[in-house]
Design a protein around this ligand. Structure first.
Ligand code: SF4
Length: 415
């Protein structure tokens, strides 16, 4: 956690010096991000949704959202967007207190959520900089066809790479990109090992609240860098040691002493009350053994790895494979598989008020996963970064009832 925070803070510092150091800056989103391609051009990426979640964790988001609503953005708009727009209207001071540089390019890898497109339209009006749009086909039939890979590669070749070349004044160095993709694959191997360590009893990790820190570097500005390789090697070594000593995960209250419930979670966490939310689970002895949120920036536990021998094809497959680009039956399959593979007692949906893209199918997901797994599902509601929609008492009540229900089912099963 400490090391991840240092890496992210160092990235914000680099961004604050970008102009004086002549570095180019590209704004882009986490799902379907083309980090290795940007790093191959020495570009610094900015992820607006990371700024928003960092602002949420630092209790700055409420004021930014209010600012965006005063400027006319409706209450129903995704709060990541409003937090970002509010921050921009207030001078674009990033979460660490340093000013964020304006973008030289907006790079939209369009994976699954229409809001991403509208969000960048708003930023484009403001910054008047060039835009590159990578249209990533939705996995409507639950698979990636060769024609879909070709379609994305064509756009990388004809749209994205030329725009990156034009912004930086450099030609793409394919060998350099391949070196980065090889490093990505190494980090991805270690990340998957860490996430799958939760199959043990007790689980040495929490794959949702702790998982946030595990995915930070690889989902943002570091995938493909030597720092990411080192980070995931160190993380794996730390978790290996916890496993050998049969230790449970570290929580805001210290080390979890007894694993009482093993839970799979769907949906992002709430950021404005992140530690309070986490503590509600830890107080009950509940460990999240798998989550879909830790797959929004790449699903690696299905075997996908970036492949330096097929650089652009593998970037295309990566973009199409992100969780945000999966259809509802694929999401149900994934959750039902997690419940079985991680021997979970149940699964829980944290439905996000302002995320229309992902909340719409969640009641169907709940029913389907319950039917298929035979394990009880729970449903709570909160928001990403709008503090008005985190009702601690309500959520705590629901969680307590949910864990009681699991206990009763267990007792019934044993009788
Ligand atoms: S996926 Fe949800 S949270 Fe992310 S941009 Fe779309 S609406 Fe907002």
């Amino acid at each position: 956690m400490v090391r991840q925070k240092e890496m992210i803070a160092a990235h914000f510092q680099r961004l604050s010096r970008a102009r004086e150091e002549g570095r180019k800056v590209v704004y882009t989103f986490v799902p379907g991000n083309l980090t290795e391609l940007m790093l191959a051009f020495d570009i610094l990426p900015v992820h607006p949704e990371i700024n928003a979640l960092q602002a949420g964790m630092r209790k700055q988001s409420g004021e930014f959202i209010a600012e965006a609503e005063r400027a006319g953005h409706s209450e129903d708009v995704c709060t990541y967007v409003k937090c970002d727009i509010g921050m921009l209207l207030k001078g674009n001071i990033g979460p660490t207190g340093e000013k964020l540089p304006e973008p030289d390019l907006l790079l939209l890898s369009y994976t699954g959520c229409f809001t991403f497109m509208k969000w960048f339209e708003l930023l484009r009006e403001r910054y008047r900089c060039p835009t590159a749009m990578l249209h990533v086909p939705y996995q409507g039939d639950g698979r990636i066809e060769p024609s879909m890979v070709r379609y994305v590669v064509d756009q990388l070749e004809s749209e994205v790479v030329p725009k990156l070349e034009s912004v930086t004044g450099k030609k793409l160095d394919l060998e350099r990109l391949q070196g980065m993709l090889a490093r990505s694959a190494r980090a991805e191997d270690d990340l998957v090992w860490v996430l799958e360590s939760a199959k043990n009893r007790p689980s040495p990790i929490d794959a949702y609240f702790g998982g946030v820190y595990y995915i930070g570097p690889i989902f943002t500005a570091f995938r493909g860098s030597p720092e990411a390789v080192d980070y995931y090697r160190a993380l794996r070594a730390e978790v290996e040691e916890r496993l050998a000593r049969r230790l449970g995960p570290v929580t805001p209250e210290g080390e979890l002493q007894q694993e009482k419930f093993r839970i799979v979670v769907e949906g992002p966490p709430n950021w404005t009350s992140f530690r309070e939310f986490w503590k509600m689970f830890a107080d009950e002895g509940a460990v999240v053994v798998a989550s879909t949120y830790t797959k929004v920036g790449g699903v690696y536990d299905n075997g996908f790895r970036h492949d330096p021998s097929r650089p652009l094809e593998s970037l295309a497959e990566y973009c199409m494979g992100c969780y945000t680009n999966l259809n509802l039956p694929s999401r149900v399959d994934m959750l039902a598989r997690y419940v079985a593979d991680y021997e979970a007692d149940g699964f829980l949906i944290n439905s996000i008020k302002s995320c229309n893209s992902f909340s719409s199918g969640q009641l169907m997901i709940l029913r389907e996963v319950e039917n298929r797994s035979g394990r009880p599902g729970g449903f709570i509601e909160s928001d990403l970064v709008d503090p008005r929609y985190f009702s601690a008492a309500n959520i705590k009540n629901r969680l307590e009832s949910y864990f009681q229900m699991i206990e009763q089912k267990r007792a019934g099963g044993a009788a």
